[in-house]
Every structure is written in C-alpha cells, then in structure tokens.
Design a protein around this ligand. Structure first.
Ligand code: FAD
Ligand code: UDP
Length: 370
C-alpha cells in the first residue's frame, strides 16, 4: 500500500517524492516510462566516457535561494556561467545581443551610450508588446530581429514569432554593456557530479520505490495508493478529450570527436543557415577533462517526445479547458512543465513542486488537527 503514486521521475516528480518521504514519512512509488530517472535533465557517461545530456543542454540557474538551498541538500556544485555565440553573417558573435555583438557585426566601435542611440534609431516602437516579434523589434529593430530571432524562432517553434506569446523571446534580453553571460541569475551552477547523481541522492530513501520502463496506466489498477502526483502531459491524462495540446519536439544528434575541443563556446546558435538551432559542447558545461569531446545538435520537429509547450493564445484556450478538468480532479496533483503546460525552467519546476508540497503538508496538518 503506497500513500502516493508519483508519475514521472523528472524534477517535478522527484522533488515531491523526496519531500513526501522525507518530511511526511509517506510511502511513495515513483514510476517513469523511460528507462532512467531525471526526466529531461538526465545525463550519463557515453561510450567514450564523456558526460552528456541525453535531452539537450541543461544549465541550472535561479534567483531563488530556497530552490538553490533545497537542491544543495543533494549535490555539490560547480560554479558555471553560461555563454553563447550566434553564427550570423559568417561571424560568431555574442547572444544575447550586447555592445560587442553590434560592434563586431557591423565593424563599429560604439560606446554603450552610442549603442543606446543606435538601438533607439532602429527600434520600431509598439503600443502594446504582445508577441515575440513585438518584444524584439521594439528593442532592436527589424534587421537585428531578422538576423538573430525570426528564423531561429520559426525553426524552433514551427510558427512565426508574431504568433507566439511575448514571453518566449523575452527570455533573451538585449544589453548595451559587454556582459556576454546568457543568464544573470544570482545562482548559476552545475551539479558537480551531474544531474542524474543528484536525482539518485534525492530518491535514495527507504520509503521511495522506483519503477522504470513502465507507463502508470500499466500498473495503476494493480497497485493501491491514496493520491497521485502526475507530471506527464495533461492532455494525455484526460485522453485528449479536448484535442491534442501542441508540444514542440526535438531530434538530438549526438557526436563525439577525436579532439579535445570542437567549438569556441559552450553553445553556438545557428539562427539562419541550418536545419538545427544550436550545437552544444558538453565539456564546457560539466568541466570534465577528456581527450575527446562530445556535442549535440538540436533539430526541432512537431512530432515526438513532448519537450516544449507552445505559448500562444490558441493553446492557452485549449489548456484552459484541461485546467477545468484538473480542478475537478483533486485526488491528483498536476505538477511540472508538461502537466501544467508551462514553458518552465528547472528551477521554476522545483519551486512549483515545493509549493505543492507545502499545500499537501498544510492540508495534512489541518486534517490531523480536526
Ligand atoms: P520532465 O523532465 O519532462 O519529466 C516528466 C517525466 O514523466 C518524464 O521522464 C516522462 O517519461 C514521465 N512520464 C510522462 N508520462 C508518463 C506516464 N504516462 N507514465 C510514466 N511516466 C511518464 N531548464 C533549465 O532550467 N535550464 C536549461 O538549460 C534547460 N534546457 C533545456 C533544454 C531542452 C532541450 C529542454 C527540452 C528543456 C530544457 N530545460 C531547461 C527545461 C527542463 O528540462 C524542465 O524544466 C524540467 O526538466 C521539467 O521537469 P518535469 O519534471 O516537469 O518534466
Ligand atoms: N531565440 C532566438 N535566437 C537565439 C536564441 C533564442 O530567436 O539565438 C528565441 C527562440 O524563439 C527561442 C527563445 O528565444 O526558442 C528562447 O531561447 P532559449 O535559449 O531560452 O531557449 P531554450 O534554451 O529554452 O530552448
């Protein structure tokens, strides 16, 4: 008899399994249809002994001291500030766009003040910033938008930035200084021994049983449990009653090269000229020293494992219908990127799971009091 059946062993499921077992002494079965824990953050040593991220680059960053302190219970960290170059007009230049990007791209020597004036002169002011096109064009104008954002976004999402919520391209800021970090969060670090080791530590508790290679529907009827935590796609849970919620997928092409370094930056983005969006070289992220180096190409596609909820008004309407079903199903807690259809980073999923845990434990306390 389990207290909780946790569906999905990614961040959402693992945080809740850990908290429920550790803090409330609950008996938990955590189950995943994949053959590993960690969800999309899973990493492993490949055949050449290089630590790689199976589902594309995962870089941890957060402003939340609660999230960072919580995860620090299960891992030590390697300080890591992520940097990305974009391949534009035959050059590799920093993205997010900053002072060095513009100077290199156009062979200029502008100061920060002059860049501000330049951007103001090319920006297309918009009354309302609604879409991912508005965000960029209103800051850097059409030419830079076309060079850095338009094609990348069309490739990644299968729709034009003018049809995507502003939140998508708003993830990438514009800077007038020379700061070339991809993120500016207070905490930026990689788990010292990798994500999978961190998940192993989270789930290493006598009250937690792990079942892999199993869809929850295969065992749901033969296992007894009181409540469910569900972290898979929300539309699938309700048998696509309101139609499929669109998710964007990726094909990953992993390669290992017989040389210590492949490219001059951890990630190189290819907005325009290739079917892939970016190439990641893992050793920069992990700090591993190795005579060989492993990289991954990301090819966006519509079908396949659901990786990205697509934030746009039509999908928000469909999700709203599923959310009404979620609200009418109180015995199941829907948590994580797929179950709440939110384009969340890892830290946001951890924060969401910790919030759900607080709700569960206060409800429990109330019941005990009554
Ligand atoms: P998932 O990790 O997707 O876990 C859900 C699990 O549920 C899966 O393992 C799945 O197999 C399992 N499951 C689903 N349905 C069932 C079922 N019916 N039965 C059994 N098991 C089931 N975030 C960052 O913070 N930084 C990054 O750099 C970053 N890079 C990313 C790069 C890519 C290419 C992608 C796709 C995501 C990236 N993210 C990044 C986001 C990050 O992956 C997610 O925020 C986080 O992993 C979501 O955790 P989750 O537990 O909600 O979902
Ligand atoms: N983006 C872009 N060009 C870039 C980098 C990002 O157009 O060089 C847009 C694109 O729409 C992308 C979004 O900004 O999907 C968010 O980028 P981020 O790097 O945060 O994507 P993720 O790591 O989540 O795939």
């Amino acid at each position: 008899m389990f207290d909780y059946l946790v569906v999905g062993a990614g961040f959402a499921g693992s945080v809740l399994a850990e908290r429920l077992a550790n803090q409330l002494d609950k008996k938990v079965l955590i189950i995943d249809r994949r053959n590993h824990i960690g969800g999309n953050a899973y990493d492993h040593y490949n055949n050449d002994g290089v630590l790689v991220h199976k589902y594309g680059p995962h870089i941890f960053h957060t402003n939340s001291s609660d999230v960072f302190e919580y995860l620090s219970l299960f891992t030590e960290w390697r300080h890591y500030e992520h940097r990305v170059l974009a391949s534009v007009d035959g050059q590799l230049v920093p993205i997010p766009i900053n002072l060095n990007t513009i100077n290199k791209l156009y062979g200029l020597n502008l100061s920060a003040f002059q860049l501000e004036e330049f951007l103001a002169s090319v920006a297309e002011p918009r009354d309302k910033i609604l879409t991912s096109e508005d965000v960029v064009v209103s800051k850097v104008g059409r030419e830079l938008y076309e060079k850095f954002f338009r094609n990348y976004t069309r490739k990644q999402w299968g729709i034009d930035p003018s049809e995507l919520d502003r939140s998508v391209t708003a993830r990438v800021p514009t800077r007038i200084n020379r700061d070339d970090r991809y993120f500016t969060d207070t905490y930026q670090a990689m788990p010292l021994y990798g994500f999978t080791r961190m998940f192993e530590n989270m789930l290493n508790h006598p009250n937690i049983k792990i079942m892999l290679n199993t869809d929850y529907r295969e065992i749901q009827k033969v296992i007894s449990y009181k409540e469910m935590i569900y972290t898979g796609p929300v539309d699938e849970f309700f048998d696509y009653r309101f139609g499929k919620l669109p998710y964007r997928s990726l094909a990953f092409k992993h390669e290992t090269h017989e040389r210590p370094t492949f490219q001059p930056a951890p990630v190189v983005n290819y907005p325009n000229e290739h079917p892939y969006t970016r190439v990641t070289e893992f050793k920069y992220l992990t700090g591993q020293e190795h005579a060989k180096t492993s990289i991954v190409y990301e090819f966006p596609k519509a079908e396949g494992d659901p990786y990205y909820p697509i934030p746009c008004p039509e999908n928000a309407e469909i999700y709203k219908k599923y959310k009404a079903l979620v609200d009418a199903t109180p015995e199941v807690h829907f948590v994580g990127r797929l179950a709440t259809y939110k384009y969340y980073n890892m830290d946001q999923v951890v924060a969401q799971a910790l919030t759900i845990f607080k709700q569960i434990s206060s409800k429990e306390l109330l019941e005990v009091a009554v």
